[in-house]
Every structure is written in C-alpha cells, then in structure tokens.
Design a protein around this ligand. Structure first.
Ligand SMILES: [Zn+2]
Length: 70
C-alpha cells in the first residue's frame, strides 16, 4: 500500500488539487506531463506529495523530521 504524505509536516490528510496542465496551453510536448499537487489538511501547504511504499517508511520519515527540528 502506497502512502502519500505532505512534504513539510508529513500529514496524510491530503486533498487532490487540480492538475497544472493549463500552465502549458500551447505546448504539445507538455501535454502528457502533469504535475499533481495536493493540499495538506494540517499545514495548508500545496505541493507534490511524498510517496512512501509502506507505513513503516512513512513513520521513519516522520522520525527524521522530528529529529532535524531540534
Ligand atoms: Zn502539511
């Protein structure tokens, strides 16, 4: 099970935002490249989500975040 989390606070309360496709309206090359962004329900950051392969990986990410804040 893949887990998507906020890159800033690690929250999993993410809401899918609109694709940024309209940023490149005149480029056919960019048509297939879509940046998917999420709104974080905890810190309101809008960014690409960090994807983890397991809950354990996600927990490790949270731990390293907490340590680097000290
Ligand atoms: Zn967040």
């Amino acid at each position: 099970m893949k887990i998507k989390a906020c890159s800033r606070c690690g929250s999993r309360k993410l809401t899918l935002m609109e694709m940024e496709r309209e940023s490149y309206p005149h480029s056919e090359l960019m048509n297939n490249i879509v940046a998917v962004k999420y709104l974080c329900g905890d810190c309101a950051l809008v960014d690409e989500a960090v994807v983890f392969n397991s809950e354990e990986e996600w927990r490790r990410f949270l731990e390293t975040r907490n340590q680097s804040r000290i």
